[in-house]
Write a protein of this length. Structure first.
Length: 187
C-alpha cells in the first residue's frame, strides 16, 4: 500500500533524478514519521549510492538542483544530505546556500549527518577500525616528545578513534599517543 502511494506521488520516476529505470523504495533513515512520508522512490543509481553499495558520483547528484525544490519533505532531506556530502564542491555549496528547510526538516536531515558523515578510519589494508580494536604497527614510528621509537609489530590494544579519520589513539610503552591509522594493521 505504501509503495503504491509513493509510486503515484512520484509519477513512476525517481524523485531525485527523474529516471524511470530500476525503481525501488528507499526509506529515509532517522525519519520522525512513518509510512509514505518516510519513503521516496529512487532509480537504481540513486538507490545504490544512497545505501552505500556504490560510491556517490558528484556528476549524477547535480540533479539535486531540481529535486531540492520538491514539496516532499523526505526528498528535501535526502537532497540536503547529499549536498552536504559534496559540500567541498562549488556547485553543492551554491545549492546549499539556496536551500531552505524548516527547523524540523533540518533536525531530521542532520540526524544522519551526525552519525554517518565521518569517514571510516582504515588500517593499512583498508579494513575499518573501531574503538576498542587491537592493532599491530606495520612500521617503526618515532614518538615525538616521548623519546622512544614504537617498533614494527608492537601490539596496541583498546584503541580510540579521533575526530580525524586518519588517526587513532592508543597506549605504547605506557604512553598514550596518536598514530596514523595507515601505519597499523587490525589484529
Amino acid at each position: 500500500m505504501i509503495e503504491e502511494k509513493v509510486q503515484a506521488r512520484a509519477n513512476q520516476v525517481c524523485e531525485l533524478c527523474g529516471s524511470d529505470s530500476e525503481l525501488s523504495m528507499y526509506e529515509v533513515p532517522y525519519s520522525p514519521v512513518q509510512g509514505v512520508d518516510a519513503h521516496i522512490l529512487t532509480c537504481g543509481i540513486c538507490h545504490t549510492q544512497l545505501t552505500g553499495e556504490a560510491t556517490p558520483d558528484d556528476k549524477h547528484w547535480r540533479c539535486l538542483s531540481d529535486a531540492m525544490w520538491s514539496p516532499v519533505p523526505a526528498v528535501q532531506v535526502v537532497s540536503y544530505r547529499m549536498l552536504k556530502a559534496f559540500e567541498s564542491e562549488t556547485w553543492a555549496q551554491d545549492l546549499l546556500a539556496m536551500l531552505y528547510l524548516d527547523d524540523d526538516l533540518i533536525q531530521w536531515a542532520e540526524a544522519k549527518l551526525v552519525v554517518d558523515n565521518k569517514a571510516p578510519t582504515l588500517d593499512v589494508n583498508g579494513t575499518a577500525l573501531a574503538t576498542g580494536d587491537t592493532v599491530h604497527l606495520v612500521k617503526d614510528l618515532n614518538v615525538k616528545g616521548a623519546g622512544f621509537t614504537a617498533k614494527r609489530g608492537t601490539v596496541v590494544r583498546n584503541i580510540g578513534l579521533s575526530d580525524n579519520p586518519e588517526h587513532i589513539e592508543g597506549k605504547v610503552n605506557g604512553t598514550r599517543i596518536v598514530i596514523i591509522a595507515a601505519y597499523t594493521k587490525k589484529a
